[in-house]
Design a protein around this ligand. Structure first.
Ligand SMILES: [Zn+2]
Length: 386
């Protein structure tokens, strides 16, 4: 079995990005994040700070417009999103001089807009990506490029990753301008292309290389943290401060092949299937780091029932508690360990030929403290059969 990591993919933008899609705005969606639970939301306070009805409507309209633009990272284009945002800003009185639209190619435009403060402090950069993971209509029970609101949830590709954030940034700037808000810092919003999929047209990368001056800032906020709720009750506001990184490994089994009428035990597909079967039973060690220990400490105070006792024991290093917590939730499991999972398969070239190649992609999400070599060695031990 050959073992290759030459298509290593490190997913990431300038600061904090999460690599997985999540279609709806629900609590604890199964995305990987390493978070601190920061503070609790008091509902009356939230009510006092809600924007006026017209601003909420505008934010909703922009959100709908963004979600309904097909900006899949391979089949779509982010340019219409950038242009739609620019049109909204111009209509609200933002001068052309403060709006930039451009990118690595005509389908990969980014938008950068500057809202001027007093200049007494250095700028704040607000980031959101406008591309989305591909969505096939046949895989969805509804049109993924239509914003649908049902039972208090939004459905549609990019509703949470990451067009809500893009819409909130743009709607907020428009509101600031209307209200005459004068912050100490310039507020820069950058809506960027191609965060998903690790393609060559990543907007953050392109802006750093080509227009650094447009996005130069002292602080930046990006996607990653979110709130958690339980049956409509707001219970926490989470801040992501660290992140797993992603690696793709391609496993290949090659064989001399032959005619299917003369089979032999040495079969590429069987070798690969055996390796994947072993992988399916393998788990990386459960552990915490500074960030995840703090997260579980806080979550122990929010959750109720037996799980809260286990959550409290996780930061103390109890393996038994970690096992129960990991079994209770895919998100907690992924927070407690590096994971690797088979995601794609190929093999064989004819129905009546013994396969000369069988291959699988294994996608790993790696804790920051685990090295690529560590993961590779662990996988090699589990999957190699020679
Ligand atoms: Zn994202």
């Amino acid at each position: 079995m050959q073992f290759s990591d030459n298509n290593v993919l490190i997913v990431g933008g300038v600061l904090l990005v999460h690599p997985s899609p999540c279609a709806v705005t629900i609590a604890r969606c199964p995305m990987l994040r390493l978070v601190f639970t920061l503070f609790f939301c008091a509902v009356p306070l939230a009510a006092q700070t809600m924007p006026p009805e017209a601003d909420k409507q505008l934010a909703h309209d922009i959100y709908k417009e963004f979600v309904e633009i097909r900006s899949g990272f391979t089949t779509g284009s982010t340019t219409p999103v950038a242009e739609a945002a620019a049109a909204r800003l111009r209509a609200a009185g933002f001068p052309d001089a403060d709006i930039f639209v451009g990118g690595a190619n005509p389908n990969k435009a980014n938008l950068v807009v500057r809202y001027h403060g007093t200049g007494s402090r250095k700028p704040l950069l607000l980031l959101a990506h406008t591309d989305v993971v591909e969505a096939k209509r046949e895989d969805w029970s509804m049109d993924p490029f239509q914003l649908i609101e049902r039972d208090g949830f939004f459905y549609g590709r990019g509703t949470s990753d990451d067009k809500a954030q893009a819409a909130v940034w743009i709607a907020s700037l428009i509101r600031y301008r209307r209200e005459g808000f004068k912050p100490h810092r310039d507020i820069i919003v950058a809506l960027t292309a191609d965060e998903e999929g690790g393609g060559p047209y990543n907007g953050v990368d392109w802006l750093i290389k080509n227009h650094r001056e447009l996005i130069d800032a002292e602080l930046a906020l990006n996607e990653g943290g979110w709130g958690e709720s339980d049956a409509g009750r707001k219970i926490s506001n989470d801040l992501q401060v660290s992140e797993k990184y992603a690696i793709n490994f391609r496993f290949e089994v090659r064989n001399k092949g032959g005619h299917s009428s003369l089979p032999v035990p040495d079969n590429a597909i069987y070798h690969l299937a055996g390796a994947l079967e072993r992988l399916s039973h393998f788990g990386f060690p459960l552990k915490t780091n500074e960030v995840t220990a703090a997260y579980f400490q806080k979550m122990a105070k929010i959750e109720t029932g037996p799980v809260s006792e286990d959550l409290a024991k996780v930061p103390e290093g109890s393996q038994e508690a970690m096992q129960r917590v990991a079994a209770a939730s895919p998100a907690w499991n992924a927070t407690l360990r590096t994971t690797c999972v088979a995601t794609q398969l190929e093999g064989g070239h004819a129905m009546n030929a013994l396969p000369q190649l069988a291959a699988a992609n294994v996608n790993c999400r790696v804790l920051p403290e685990d090295s690529l070599e560590y993961v590779r060695n662990a996988l090699q031990k589990v999957m190699a059969d020679d």
